[in-house]
Design a protein around this ligand. Structure first.
Ligand SMILES: [Zn+2]
Length: 324
């Protein structure tokens, strides 16, 4: 009922949200990121919910439950973080570790596409915690801006027991802006909520800002995993912030896409050098490369590899006999 909505809230795509809970997640727009602000406090927020995008990732391989949860949460987080950075390029979240889950990688591009995969060894308990499956490791946040020489990279050790905890620790060590993140993922959806305190407009409002931040982040902290997974942005934000002046801003549709190509694989083979590449072909009959993100198979036989190096500019001149 529109009358039950708080004054000042502007509803974009969530007019049809219902407040019913249960497993029905088709009554709101998923694969969508919704930005919001508060008229009564310098705080910005984002909500994200992924279904089809997440299903595309899960269809690539059979992940253990605990790995699935971590990867889904990282995927929601990548979308939330990418939306805070205005750039043309890509944001990559990557966990590398010495533990049974050796790699978790998610990419979100400025074209609003996502892709992700994880690598693990052996059996993983369903409810294994982050630190149990990663051991020694770190989370890296990389932002590659198109045309920039060096990517930005921030790194945080795995000290927290959740992806959200790691990211909050990262924000704490690298930025002055207070940031809170809530993430959730299961076999159907991956979802998240992000809040960040914006810089104060003047010194005098500092005290109010702190109070506002503490109140709004405490309200957000009541969010449950089920609410994240099952409610649309309008319903969830109304439930959490109905006493605040929360305003929905632009939303963005997200989707799965992989930009791997035969040319990129060829470039990687090129890095091996001609002799090593030909030795590989000799040993195995051909070079087979499967994309980790989308399982696309690339096949290079001896003719392909020879062709690949045919136009190669020889970097160093072969030694020529010296004439005396
Ligand atoms: Zn691919």
């Amino acid at each position: 009922m529109p009358g039950s909505l708080l004054p000042g809230i502007f509803f974009g795509n969530d007019m049809n949200d219902t407040t019913t809970t249960g497993n029905n997640t088709t009554d709101f727009q998923s694969d969508n990121l919704q930005r919001f602000i508060f008229d009564n406090a310098p705080v910005r927020g984002e909500w994200v919910h992924l279904q089809e995008t997440w299903q595309q990732v899960l269809s690539q391989r059979d992940y253990p439950k605990a790995v699935q949860k971590l990867l889904g949460e990282m995927m929601a987080a990548a979308a939330l973080l990418a939306a805070t950075v205005k750039m043309k390029g890509r944001l990559v979240l990557q966990i590398k570790s010495t533990g049974p889950v050796s790699l978790l990688m998610v990419e979100c591009t400025s074209e609003d596409t996502l892709r992700a995969f994880a690598q693990w060894q052996g059996d993983i308990d369903d409810d294994a915690a982050l630190t149990e499956v990663t051991g020694e490791g770190h989370l890296a946040i990389t932002i590659e801006v198109e045309g920039a020489k060096q990517p930005y990279q921030g790194v945080v050790g795995i000290q927290a027991d959740s992806i959200a905890g790691l990211l909050e620790a990262y924000f704490k060590q690298s930025e002055q802006l207070d940031t809170r993140i809530w993430l959730s993922a299961d076999e159907a959806s991956a979802a998240g909520l992000f809040l960040q305190q914006l810089p104060s407009e003047d010194e005098m409002s500092n005290h109010d800002d702190e109070e506002n931040w503490s109140r709004i982040s405490q309200l957000a902290a009541t969010v449950t995993a089920i609410e994240l997974l099952e409610l649309g942005a309008g319903t969830l934000l109304h439930r959490l912030f109905h006493e605040e002046e929360c305003r929905l801003l632009a939303d963005t549709d997200l989707s799965f896409a992989c930009k791997c190509s035969r040319e990129k694989v060829a470039a990687t083979i090129n890095l091996l050098g001609k002799q090593d590449a030909l030795d590989l072909v000799e040993d195995q009959g051909s070079i087979e490369v499967a994309c980790e993100f989308c399982n696309e198979q690339y096949h290079f036989d001896k003719v392909d590899v020879t062709q690949l190096f045919a136009n190669e500019v020889v970097a160093t001149e072969p030694e020529s006999p010296t004439l005396h």
